[in-house]
Design a protein around this ligand. Structure first.
Ligand SMILES: *Cc1c(COP(=O)(O)O)cnc(C)c1O
Length: 415
């Protein structure tokens, strides 16, 4: 790599030639903030403000119940699902917006176990995102001995998939480290042993290219409020490959998953397609705002997003090495951008207080216990110069021990 002097002017020059730079205008960001937490809660698209007004005042306030038809609320889950499908390498009719990621994971993990009878193992990795493990523990408990949850560290995961494995449930990009699984390799290995796979795409969708159908994926779930910028608590989504849809059975057989919801019959009959994974009434306001974020994401080139995100990661690591090497930081993410998602994680024993000191300057990343400082890169609204300013502030905070103040050691309910 050509040695490039890392100074603020260089980062400004990268912004000037950034083909994604104009997307920043589509977001409403508070002035003088550097937002490095879009991997946890995406920023507010400007168009969401008007959409919220239209949906609340017009569609709900004036349209009342008629809006189920006149504003097509009934087809929101499928319509937005089809748009998300385009972001993750799926076909229309394979993705639907519903519930939360946790609930969708429960539905699909249970469905996969049902689909693969006579096998007793659900396989995941230790340190997977907590809700994923908790949901699988809940399923194991509920099925009372029929299946057990087994975890294997990622170096041994491929070997741990065997003829007794019903389903492998993994998060494609790890929330703490950004480490990325080889989706194709893992899916192929699972299939060779007759196991199914559920991929959690919470940190992947809108962050990296995903090719579900190319790797012959079975099932996936994902999150609406991270890189898709759907708003706090936005509904999640799920994917079921076409070939599994006709036989898929899941435990939350609510009326929205019925073949004829408004026939009001006593007996459940699942819808033919992806709609059978629905349970109850859609969060209309939440889904409508999610659509704004999805439309924005779908209008950008995922290849350009990935290119900028990888470059940002490399530059951030280089800056931290150059400016902060004497302060005891570790790198929890891979240096290889090909196997890293859209974040860089540092470790430091005083990580919590250091992050609070950054946040006090409106430089917002987050902290994950016990000692990880996470910096997420969202190429649609983050500038290169923000990276420079962030590490500049970090160096100042470390050099002058500015993190060591009582206020920065106060634990908050949400970190
Ligand atoms: C963010 C995230 C979730 C979120 O689940 P919710 O049900 O929306 O709270 C689930 N899994 C992973 C891997 C995540 O990163």
């Amino acid at each position: 790599m050509m040695m490039q002097t890392l100074d603020r002017a260089y980062f400004e020059s990268l912004d000037r030639t950034d083909p994604l730079a104009h997307f920043r205008e589509a977001f409403e960001l508070p002035p003088a903030h550097i937002y490095l937490n879009g991997n946890s809660l995406g920023a507010l698209p400007k168009a969401a403000r008007q959409k919220a007004r239209d949906v609340v005042e017009g569609q709900w306030g004036n349209g009342l119940i008629r809006s189920w038809n006149t504003h097509d609320w009934i087809h929101l889950p499928r319509r937005i699902g089809d748009k998300i499908a385009g972001l993750i390498g799926a076909d229309p009719g394979e993705v639907i917006v519903a519930d939360s990621t946790s609930v969708n994971l429960f539905k699909l993990a249970a469905a996969a176990v049902k689909q693969n009878p006579g096998r007793s193992k659900i396989l995941s990795e230790p340190g997977n995102f907590p809700t994923d493990l908790y949901i699988l523990q809940g399923l194991e408990h509920f099925l009372d001995g029929q299946v057990r949850l087994v975890t294997a560290p990622r170096e041994r995961l491929l070997d741990a998939i065997d003829e007794d494995t019903a389903v492998v449930v993994l998060t494609h990009i790890h929330y703490k480290t950004g480490a990325m699984f080889d989706m194709a390799e893992l899916t192929a290995k699972a299939h060779a042993k007759g196991a199914l796979v559920v991929w959690d795409l919470s940190h992947s969708t809108g962050a990296v290219p995903v090719h579900l159908n190319q790797v012959q994926a079975d099932f996936a779930v994902g999150c609406g409020y991270k890189y898709l910028n759907g708003g706090p608590g936005a509904p999640g989504f799920l994917y079921v490959a076409k070939r599994h849809q006709a036989t898929l059975q899941h435990p939350l057989s609510g009326w929205f998953g019925h073949a004829h919801p408004f026939a009001m019959r006593d007996d459940y009959e699942p819808a033919a397609g992806i709609e059978r994974t629905l349970c109850g009434t859609t969060s209309v306001v939440g889904a409508s705002l999610l659509e704004v974020g999805v439309d924005l994401m779908a209008s950008a080139s995922m290849d350009l997003i990935r290119e900028k995100s990888m470059r940002m990661g490399q530059l951030f690591i280089a800056l931290v090495e150059e400016r902060c090497s004497q302060f005891g930081f570790g790198l929890a993410s891979s240096k290889d951008p090909e196997v890293r998602g859209s974040q860089v994680s540092l470790t430091h024993p005083q990580g919590f207080a250091i992050m609070q000191a950054l946040i006090a300057r409106n430089i917002i990343g987050d902290f994950r216990a016990p000692e990880i400082l996470r910096f997420g890169f969202t190429p649609l609204y983050l500038r290169y110069v923000d990276l420079w300013d962030c590490v500049d502030a970090l160096a100042d905070i470390m050099e002058n021990n500015l993190w060591d103040q009582p206020a920065y050691h106060q634990l908050t309910a949400v970190t």
